[in-house]
Design a protein around this ligand. Structure first.
Ligand code: SAM
Length: 233
């Protein structure tokens, strides 16, 4: 695949791939991992077939595997998939197959292929998030579950980052560069409508912030929203 064929959100992550997994060792990434694992645990049955859509270096794919799932993990960044394969060992014998896709807005799987779809912090990078949600609904079997996290509109942390980015630019510095490719944010209502427009039933929408202390999260808008949804039977 030529670099120019790679969507901007995936292209941005290419150079982060070799360090992505180790970022989960501590801090906000670790707290995000623990939160997602706690929400996945009741959804993942032993031997169930899951898709990790936008899997990055496969850290959450490993969590799915530890919970007893098997299936597929895809990403638009070849470097991320290479890192995931390296970390996961021989992917042909592991519970998950890792695959480069052009975009999760168009998935190379037949209808009703999976019991569950995980999509963590990917939606905000897509050109057409609605198309990705429709694809997740299509590849889920009736009764299948979706766990997705998305960037929240009005997030206190993101608002500070935007201001810091503008001030840093005056000094010729490129702070929080991810903001150039993280193009979508949503509120709880917008996220609910988007998931429902893709013909899925929303079971829960929860705020979560891996950076702010918990007491501040009850006062200020969180960075993330996590939605759990079901494809109706
Ligand atoms: C913030 S990272 C999250 C990775 C992983 N889900 C996690 O939580 O560790 C976003 C990921 O989305 C991928 N991505 C961005 N746009 C994409 C697209 N259009 N199709 C597939 N993957 C994409 C990036 O390559 C990157 O690995």
């Amino acid at each position: 695949m030529h670099k120019t064929d790679i969507p901007s959100g995936a292209h941005f992550h290419e150079r982060l791939a070799s360090r992505w997994h180790q970022g989960y060792a501590s801090g906000g990434f670790r707290r995000r991992l623990d939160f997602i694992e706690s929400r996945l645990a009741p959804l993942v049955g032993p031997g169930s077939r899951w898709l990790d859509a936008g899997c990055g270096a496969g850290t959450l794919t490993q969590t799915l595997a530890r919970l007893g799932a098997q299936g597929e993990a895809v990403d638009g960044s070849p470097a991320m998939i290479a890192a995931a394969r390296q970390m996961g060992g021989d992917c042909s014998s592991g519970p998950f197959q890792f695959r480069v896709v052009h975009t999760v807005e168009s998935l190379p799987y037949p209808d009703e292929s999976f019991d569950g779809v995980l999509c963590s912090s990917v939606l905000e990078y897509l050109e057409r998030p609605g198309a990705a949600l429709s694809e997740f609904a299509r590849v889920l079997r009736p009764g299948g579950r979706l766990l997705l996290t998305a960037a929240r509109t009005g997030s206190a942390v993101r608002t500070v980052q935007v201001v810091v980015r503008r001030v840093a630019a005056l000094a010729g510095r490129n702070a929080f560069e991810y903001l150039t490719v993280s193009r979508h944010t949503c509120g709880p209502g917008g996220l609910r409508r988007a998931v429902e427009a893709a013909a899925m039933r929303v079971d829960a929408i929860e705020p979560f912030d891996p950076v702010m202390p918990p007491w501040l999260q009850s006062v200020l808008p969180s960075s993330l929203l996590a939605v759990t949804a079901t494809r109706p039977a």
